[in-house]
Structures are given as structure tokens and as C-alpha cells.
Design a binder for this molecule. Structure first.
Ligand code: HEC
Ligand code: HEC
Length: 383
């Protein structure tokens, strides 16, 4: 009986091996997409999409400015003691991040270095949205005591008589670069122009999404079955898609997902709550005279932002593109793998979330396989 059974199984297996094509032609029903899922998937593309101009940056989109910005990005003379460049922390070889839990600049930081790939799509910058443009977010690290400890007169003096200034004047037709502060703002804007060009390429998910849209079943079959199951979990009542929405996998808003707000050095990092205060008091925000384009919609973004108690413990929803290159995760780098991230969502404690806020997050009864599948899906958002 037992032997027969085994033999039958062997025969069946041989049959299966001989007659099953490399990839199953028809996905098992559990992997088949529902009309709701198809509609949702299409909203997560196409990719890439055009990057908006850096708000208030008159150099945004100009090739010469992007080139100068790239040079500056690697230039250590932007730090007070000339030991750190932007690329020291936003390392191109590490997904424009540093692989560390929290950044180490001139002092120990309490936050994880954000990757700046796809940063041009952001509406607010920093984990707390403390800057309202890419150029203002680029001035911050230069002047920060924690990060680069530069000062306006020291940095301006280093560049005032440099070749960089000659190139700027030649391209703008201006007679001079202005005050030290104006010179530094120009440097910030060149850095902004460069970073806006950092866009990630198409991924397996994008090819799958396009194939779903064009009804190309051969191309659809190339997408791993496990990722397809993970995708269904992403769009399930776990509601990942609600916050990580659209082609950039972020709604650009701030949310509390229950991560601890005590920092590695025992202080409280309140996230968006202080971020709003920071952006309003930032001398380089879009309401300032340094705004070089003065588009009313840009300015309105900053004049209408309001602080509320629920901003406490909220962080910017990060993109989910390029995750395989940007570990560890979260504003404090407290989760080191995607599996840990998925576990933390599955085991979320709803009592720790804002009462009026994030009721869309609830614990999930996911099996080990489910969690692996969701991780597999997230991996297909990297190239
Ligand atoms: C010491 C490491 C370090 C250095 C040096 C550094 N950064 Fe950062 N960067 C960070 C950290 C940490 C954050 C998150 C900061 C926050 O949330 O306030 C960040 C955030 C950013 C952001 C916001 C990204 C987003 O998605 O919102 C931009 C833009 C940025 N950095 C650009 C730069 C530029 C340009 C330079 C060089 C002038 C630079 N950084 C130098 C660590 C660094
Ligand atoms: C309520 C909005 C919301 C929902 C729903 C949500 N997220 Fe998030 N997600 C965030 C925010 C905000 C952060 C950053 C939190 C922090 O830094 O402490 C984040 C961070 C992440 C990160 C880390 C990214 C990085 O670069 O550090 C991953 C991965 C992630 N979420 C995946 C998911 C998955 C998978 C789901 C569904 C199970 C999900 N998210 C549901 C808002 C949300």
C-alpha cells in the first residue's frame, strides 16, 4: 500500500515535471487578482513619472546646475572641518544612505539617514517634514551642529573665489553672487537641482503592473508567485496601500505607526510635532525672500500648515522603492530587516496608536509564509 502510494507519487511527479511548463500558465486561484486589486495596482504606476521642480529653486531642471550640484554633493569643504561631504552619509554605493541605524556626523544623530533616491517627489523633507523644499533641506545639514557644522561665513569664504562661482556667473549672466548667505543659498539650490535627478529605474513590480494594464499574460507570469501573494496582503485590510500609495509608494503625509519615540540617547523625538515648528521658523522656507520663483501654490503650502497635538509621534511615510538597498528601516533605524518591519506591522499594538488617528492599522494573523510573501513583494519594488 505504502510502496504503491509512493510509486504513484513518483509517477505523478515525473508526469508533472514532464508536462508542466517552466512557469505555470495559469496562476492558482489564490494568486489570481480580483478586479479591486487590478484597479489598485494600476494606481501604483506608471514608473518613473516626471519629477516636479524643486519649489522656490530657480536652478531646478538646468543641466549646468545639476552638474555643479553633483560636484558639491561630494565636496568635503561643505563641512566645517572639511571631513564630511553629503555623500559621506548619502553614499551612492549604499542606496544614497549609510547603512547605519542612526547617522553619525560631527555628533551622534538620533535619526536614520534617509535615502535621497526619488527625493524630488517629496512635498516635505526630513522624517519630520522640517523643510519645505529640497534646497532648504540641503542647507540644513551644512549648518547643523550635529551633521556638518559648517557656518555661513566659513563656507562662503571657501567658495567665493572658486571656479564654481565663475561657472555660476557665466550661466546666470549675473555680475556677482551676493552676500555670504545668498552664496550659501545658491549652493543649497545647486544641491537641490542635482538630487532631483536621482530617480530609480523600473522594477519587477513596475513591469508586472504594466503587464496587468496591457493584459500581457506572458509578461505577468514572470512576476514571482510569492510576490503576487504578498501583493494581495499589501492590498488587504492591512491597508499598507492607504499610506504607501501611488507610483512612489507614499501619500507624502505623516502618520503614527506605533514606533517608539524615545531616542538612542534617551530623549523624546516628537516627529512631525517639532517638524512643523521647524519648517515655520526655517529662515530658508518658501515664505522667505530666498524663494527664487515665488509660485503662490508653493508658498501656500507653508503658510497653511497647522500644528495639532496628534502630530506628536508622526513620521513621514517613506517610499517603499529601493528598500533592499536602504536597510535599516524607520526614522530611528530600529528595524534591521524587511521581515522585522512586516512582523512589527503584524504584531502592532493598537492601544499605542493615536486614539483618533490610525485606526486603519490593526494586528494581522499572518503565518510565516504570509510574512515571507509580503517581504518578497516588497523586494520587487527594488531593481
Ligand atoms: C551625518 C550624516 C549626514 C550628512 C553629512 C548629510 N545628511 Fe542628509 N540626512 C541625514 C539624516 C539623518 C537625515 C534625516 C534628517 C531628519 O529627519 O531631519 C537626512 C535627510 C536629508 C534629506 C531629506 C530627505 C527626505 O526624503 O526627506 C535631504 C534632501 C538631505 N538629507 C540632503 C543632504 C545633503 C544635500 C547633504 C550635504 C550638504 C546632506 N544631506 C548631508 C544625514 C546626513
Ligand atoms: C498609517 C499609515 C501607514 C500604513 C497603513 C502602513 N505604513 Fe508603512 N510606514 C508608515 C510610516 C509613517 C512609516 C515611517 C515610520 C517611522 O519612521 O517611524 C512607515 C515605514 C514603513 C517601512 C520602512 C521604510 C523605510 O525606508 O524605513 C516599510 C518597509 C513599510 N512602512 C511597509 C509597510 C507595510 C508592508 C504596510 C502594511 C502592512 C505598511 N507599511 C502600512 C506609514 C504607514
Amino acid at each position: 500500500m505504502f510502496i504503491n502510494h509512493k510509486l504513484n507519487r513518483t509517477l505523478l511527479l515525473m508526469f508533472a515535471v514532464l508536462f508542466t511548463p517552466d512557469r505555470p500558465l495559469k496562476a492558482e486561484s489564490t494568486e489570481e487578482l480580483t478586479p479591486r486589486e487590478i484597479a489598485l495596482i494600476t494606481a501604483f504606476g506608471p514608473w518613473p513619472i516626471p519629477v516636479p521642480a524643486d519649489a522656490g529653486n530657480e536652478f531646478s531642471g538646468l543641466a549646468w546646475a545639476e552638474d555643479l550640484g553633483e560636484q558639491l554633493f561630494h565636496d568635503k569643504s561643505l563641512s566645517g572641518d572639511s571631513t564630511l561631504s553629503c555623500a559621506s552619509c548619502h553614499n551612492p554605493g549604499l542606496g544614497f544612505s549609510d547603512g547605519r541605524t542612526v547617522a553619525i556626523g560631527k555628533r551622534a544623530h538620533v535619526r536614520n539617514t534617509q535615502s535621497i533616491i526619488n527625493v524630488g517627489y517629496n512635498r516635505w523633507f526630513g522624517w519630520d517634514g522640517g523643510a519645505d523644499s529640497l534646497w532648504a533641506a540641503s542647507l540644513r545639514p551644512i549648518l547643523s551642529e550635529v551633521e556638518m557644522q559648517g557656518s555661513i561665513p566659513v563656507i562662503a569664504a571657501r567658495f567665493r573665489h572658486s571656479e564654481l562661482i565663475e561657472v555660476i556667473l557665466r550661466n546666470t549672466g549675473a555680475a556677482e553672487v551676493g552676500t555670504d548667505e545668498q552664496l550659501l543659498v545658491t549652493i543649497g539650490k545647486l544641491l537641490g537641482a542635482y538630487q532631483r535627478t536621482l530617480v530609480s529605474p523600473q522594477t519587477d513590480f513596475d513591469r508586472f503592473r504594466d503587464a496587468v494594464l496591457s493584459n500581457n499574460s506572458i509578461e505577468q507570469q514572470r512576476y514571482p508567485v510569492a510576490a503576487r501573494r504578498g501583493l494581495k496582503l499589501f492590498f488587504s485590510n492591512a491597508n499598507c496601500h492607504v499610506c504607501h500609495f501611488g507610483p512612489g509608494f507614499t501619500n507624502g503625509e505623516f502618520h503614527d505607526i506605533g514606533r517608539p519615540f524615545f531616542t538612542t540617547i534617551g530623549q523624546v523625538d516628537s516627529g512631525r510635532f517639532d517638524g512643523i515648528k521647524r519648517v515655520i521658523s526655517d529662515p530658508y522656507n518658501l515664505t522667505s525672500d530666498f524663494n527664487g520663483t515665488k509660485r503662490p501654490a508653493d508658498i501656500r503650502k507653508t503658510t497653511t500648515v497647522k500644528i495639532t497635538q496628534s502630530n506628536f509621534g508622526q513620521w513621514k511615510t517613506p517610499t517603499l522603492r529601493n528598500l533592499t538597498k536602504t536597510a535599516p528601516y524607520m526614522h530611528d533605524g530600529s528595524l534591521s530587516t524587511l521581515r522585522e518591519v512586516v512582523d512589527s506591522y503584524a504584531e502592532i499594538d493598537p492601544t499605542r496608536l493615536h486614539s483618533q488617528g490610525e485606526s486603519i492599522l490593526k494586528p494581522q494573523n499572518w503565518s510565516d509564509q504570509d510574512r515571507l510573501d509580503l517581504v518578497r513583494f516588497l523586494e520587487t519594488l527594488s531593481h
